[in-house]
Design a protein around this ligand. Structure first.
Ligand code: CMC
Length: 429
């Protein structure tokens, strides 16, 4: 076994820490004994160097721009599989054969409705509530249902049915959020439609009117969902793992992940990209905008650019850029694509972005596709949440079934007052 030697210069104590070998990628030093041996904790804000768990689900190499789900490259999955096959892969570790695929799809269809009393929850939200606020609350409220199948810490099949229920209900909840925000009644899912076809139908059909699912939109959404389905130990997935590590109800753990995803540094970036493009407004203003981004005092970032892990092209961004062109060919040109391409062109040749290894990420072009599909900006992060639910629940299952699973409990570097005495009221300043 390879080890790394740690030496405390003050005491002279030397301890060997084991190096854990991955199946692929970076090696990891096991520092579990550090506090016991030396009395020190490690300090790593933002987890820049810290592996928080072992996982066999997703691998990504930010320097190479490589992303694998269960070993399969994202480019191949996007081309050869549909989103539900990818969900199956994330959950079960292998791609389904024809029979398993059909059984899985039927099971997802069977669970796609939400209870009538849950549908009535939406009436409690203000008409202008952000769909992510509704999504977080409604997914959390699934905890109040399905008590019959929540022996999830012990029962394998209860865990799997929870996963299928979650994946199945996400589009129905998302569409109901959208319908509520425009004051329309929610639409029941149809069992003859595909996963993404059903989502489009529930969002855009009107009672009593015929609705045809557009196959280009259906496929584009399906690929986008595959690309967003999982991304290793990102902030929201780590949130789901941490919340879930206490043994809490899985729907509550996933709701915590949705709340985390909402932020503009994470899933909220696709919404921020469109707002940025609208603010720029015209090709003639692109260069002055880039100058503002480079001015540290402006506080302006080029949204949809940069990534904590990818220091090379985000492989998902390449695929999304291609789909963006296909979708706009079918739905009509959007001048925001010209703006985005010009921003990308300038940024990729500018030393500011080159030195910092800032490339377009998954969110740079996805908002333009969603806009072409008439999905409103407030719903962009909801789309991301539908897809990422597959990753969240797969990681939750992996975490909860781990041998010797422990509650997550980081340490801190305390910088407050040291011990002191409470003064009586008359002596306080
Ligand atoms: N525009 C301008 N400068 C940037 C940007 C950007 N988008 N991203 C990073 N930088 C600069 C940053 O100012 C810093 O410069 P310096 O070294 O001079 O201080 C340097 O690059 C490193 O940035 P950082 O903030 O330390 O990097 P990070 O790994 O903590 O942040 C990030 C990663 C994604 C939060 C950041 O790149 C960012 O804010 N990007 C814009 C938001 C965005 O598109 N988010 C979506 C991420 S992908 C989808 C997802 O996974 O949810």
């Amino acid at each position: 076994m390879t080890t790394i030697t740690f030496k405390d210069e003050t005491s002279g104590k030397v301890v060997q820490m084991p190096v854990l070998e991955p199946t692929y990628g970076h090696r990891v030093v096991d520092i579990g004994k550090l506090a016991k041996e030396f009395g020190y904790f490690t300090y790593d804000p933002g987890f820049m160097s810290t592996a928080s768990c072992q996982s066999a689900i997703t691998y990504l190499d930010g320097d190479k721009g490589e992303l694998l789900y269960r070993g399969y490259p994202i480019e191949q999955l996007a081309e050869k599989c549909n989103f539900l096959e990818v969900c199956y892969l994330l959950l079960y570790g292998e791609l389904p054969d024809a029979e398993k695929k059909q059984v899985f799809e039927t099971s997802i269809t069977r669970h796609n409705r939400i209870r009538e009393n849950l549908r009535r929850f939406f009436h409690g939200f203000n008409y202008d509530a952000h769909p992510m606020a509704m999504m977080t609350a409604v997914v959390s409220s699934l905890s109040a249902f399905f008590h019959d199948r929540l022996n999830v810490l012990k029962d394998d099949e209860d865990r799997m049915v929870t996963a299928r229920r979650l994946i199945a209900k996400m589009p129905t909840i998302a569409a109901a959020c959208y319908k509520h925000s425009i004051g329309d009644p929610s639409i029941y899912p149809r069992d003859d439609l595909s996963y993404t076809g059903n989502l489009l139908y529930m969002m855009f059909s009107l009672p009593g009117k015929r609705y045809e699912v557009n196959p280009v939109a259906e496929r584009a959404l399906d690929v986008l969902f595959t690309l967003h389905a999982d991304h290793e130990q990102n902030a929201s997935t780590s949130t789901v793992r941490l919340a879930g590590s206490s043994g809490t109800n899985p729907y509550a753990a996933v709701a915590a992940g949705i709340a985390c995803l909402w932020g503009p540094a994470h899933g909220g970036a696709n919404e921020a990209v469109i707002r940025m493009l609208d603010e720029i407004g015209d090709l003639s203003k692109v260069e002055s905008f880039i100058a503002k981004v480079k001015d540290k005092n402006s506080g302006v970032r080029l949204m949809g650019f940069g990534h904590r892990v990818y220091k090379n092209f985000d492989p998902r961004a390449r695929i999304i850029k291609d789909i963006c062109h296909q979708v706009l060919e079918s739905f009509g040109h959007d001048p925001r694509l010209d703006l985005a391409m010009r921003l990308e062109e300038i940024a990729l040749s500018d030393p500011y972005f080159i030195e910092r290894k800032l490339y377009p990420n998954v969110d740079f072009y996805s908002g333009i596709i969603y806009s072409a599909l008439k999905i409103p900006v407030e719903m962009f992060t909801v789309m991301f949440a539908i897809a990422r639910a597959a990753g969240w629940i797969s990681h939750w299952i992996e975490m909860i079934t781990e041998k010797d699973q422990k509650i997550g409990r980081p340490r801190q570097l305390y910088i407050g007052n040291s011990r002191r005495t409470v003064p009586v009221l008359s002596e306080r300043q």
